[in-house]
Design a protein. Structure first.
Ligand code: ADP
Ligand code: ADP
Length: 225
């Protein structure tokens, strides 16, 4: 089971509790949106799944394993960051393939996956460009490609579209859903944008000041009293 389960998870920075007694199950293969205003704890929640933040108390399970102590590199996650976090000195191909090389995937497999991702994300012809010579939309697609080629069980996205202009954002949402339908990973997506949450999510987890307020379908969240 590739589900993610938070049990009574709290996260503090010093004396400030930023995630408060979180109980949440993210189902295998669903697209779960973490939605809420800036500072409510969405990113921290996602980073705990990625293994980029320690958990102060409680338990986090991924699959049937308690992962509180499991290092990030062993969690089988692909992640897309808001600012993409591309390696500035590496070209498009190098950015996309770096993680697979570190994991010592066979060259043929790397080429196969990379070629598919380049095609799907319309990056053919840009293989040798550095990030600084790409448009914002292209950088975003390189970040997606880099996560996609890992074919990980969990796909984590932190405001992946917030640096795109409105028009690109609309097409990128569709692209994301298409990618997910192809790979069916357990998909966790952070946004503060309600429209984005509605169009991308199977379910929405609404957060406010460190609390989970409700988890439900977009329709039910939208029609809440
Ligand atoms: P969101 O993603 O919803 O905007 P975050 O999870 O990034 O919210 O942040 C939640 C709260 O935790 C905010 O009040 C933020 O200022 C605080 N915070 C985040 N990272 C740190 C940190 N490294 N040290 C101290 N406080 C932090
Ligand atoms: P290396 O560090 O092994 O010389 P590169 O960084 O040049 O490799 O390329 C990384 C991987 O991507 C290699 O496996 C290579 O075969 C593949 N690759 C390089 N250029 C392209 C391209 N234009 N299209 C598809 N795959 C490529």
């Amino acid at each position: 089971m590739k589900e993610i389960r938070f049990e009574n998870v709290c996260k503090s920075y010093g004396k400030t509790e930023v995630v408060k007694n979180l109980n949440l199950t993210i189902k295998e293969g669903e697209r779960l949106i973490l939605l809420g205003p800036s500072g409510c704890g969405k990113s921290t929640t996602l980073r705990m799944i990625a293994g980029l933040e320690d958990i102060t108390s409680g338990s986090l399970y991924m699959g049937d394993k308690r992962v509180n102590e499991l290092p990030s590199g062993k969690r089988n996650v692909g992640m897309v960051f808001q600012n993409y976090a591309l390696y500035p000195h590496m070209n498009v191909i190098q950015n996309i393939t770096y993680g697979l090389k570190v994991q010592k995937f066979p060259k043929d497999e790397i080429n196969l996956r990379t070629d598919a991702a380049l095609g799907m994300l319309q990056l053919k012809g840009y293989e040798n460009r550095l990030p600084k010579d790409l448009s914002g939309g292209q950088r975003q697609r390189v970040a997606l490609a880099r996560a996609v080629v890992k074919q990980s069980d969990y796909f984590l996205l932190d405001e992946p579209l917030s640096n795109l202009d409105a028009q690109l954002r609309v097409s990128a949402r569709k692209e994301l859903v298409k990618i997910h339908e192809l790979y069916k990973q357990t998909f966790v997506y952070v946004t503060h944008d309600q429209v984005e949450a509605m169009t991308v999510g199977d379910r929405i987890a609404l957060m406010y000041q460190g609390h989970l307020q409700m988890v439900d379908t977009p329709e039910n969240v939208y029609n809440r009293p």
